[in-house]
Design a protein around this ligand. Structure first.
Ligand SMILES: [Zn+2]
Length: 208
């Protein structure tokens, strides 16, 4: 029996969603890119906080409301400090809050580009031929599982499909057409590559 290599893929989206806004400077609908900067406006007890977006063409700004007419006492000092110092993690969380953005703008462009950090789990035996991938998603992605696997493993989507049809590729949790649906947090993909002549290259691409 072939031995397995287990690898964790930490998947983070690379590009924040971009709201499509009628730019009053360009005079047309344009994508706006998150600047990563907050604007905090304190007026007595009242605080407004926005995340600043800029038109990709003319740099015109648009404010995405994070807190509006909020009482100063309702914002933790540590949070206020993070907002005032443009904490990158906090800006990122708001920039990827697709639901809040959609509520505000209606049309938002999403990107499927991701960065994948690969980490070997446990010991590797010599020349493993079974690949077990565990997916960890920082946040939901619209990237299809077959595209993710094809990009990262360097094999075609039709070959992935063929492996799945022969039950050499098994997805857990399984579902109808799981390969064609977005990759999800906690998914495990097990691929038996024993019969594939290039299994070493595939496992190496996977991070093994
Ligand atoms: Zn513009």
């Amino acid at each position: 029996m072939s031995s397995a290599v287990r690898i964790h893929w930490a998947i983070t989206p690379a590009i924040a969603p971009q709201p499509l806004i009628n730019c009053n400077r360009c005079g047309g609908v344009k994508a706006y890119r998150c600047s990563g900067k907050f604007r905090v406006n304190a007026n007595g007890k009242r605080i407004d906080v926005w995340l600043i977006y800029r038109c990709v063409d003319c740099d015109n700004s648009w404010n995405f409301g994070i807190f509006e007419r909020c009482n100063r006492r309702d914002i933790e000092p540590a949070l206020l400090q993070a907002l005032e110092s443009n904490d990158p993690g906090l800006a990122r969380r708001h920039a990827f809050d697709i639901v809040a953005l959609r509520n505000r703008v209606g049309r938002v462009e999403e990107f499927a580009d991701v960065a994948v950090r690969k980490r070997l789990l446990g010991d590797t035996r010599e020349s493993p031929a079974i690949l077990e991938l565990r997916l960890g998603l920082e946040m939901p992605t619209s990237l299809r599982l077959d595209r993710l696997l094809a990009n990262e493993l360097g094999i075609s989507r039709s070959r992935l499909q063929a492996l799945e049809e022969r039950r050499l590729l098994v997805i857990d949790p399984d579902g109808a057409k799981a390969l064609r649906k977005p990759a999800r947090q906690g998914m495990t993909i097990r691929v038996d590559l024993a019969g594939e002549p290039d299994h070493e290259a595939i496992i190496s691409a996977a991070g093994g």
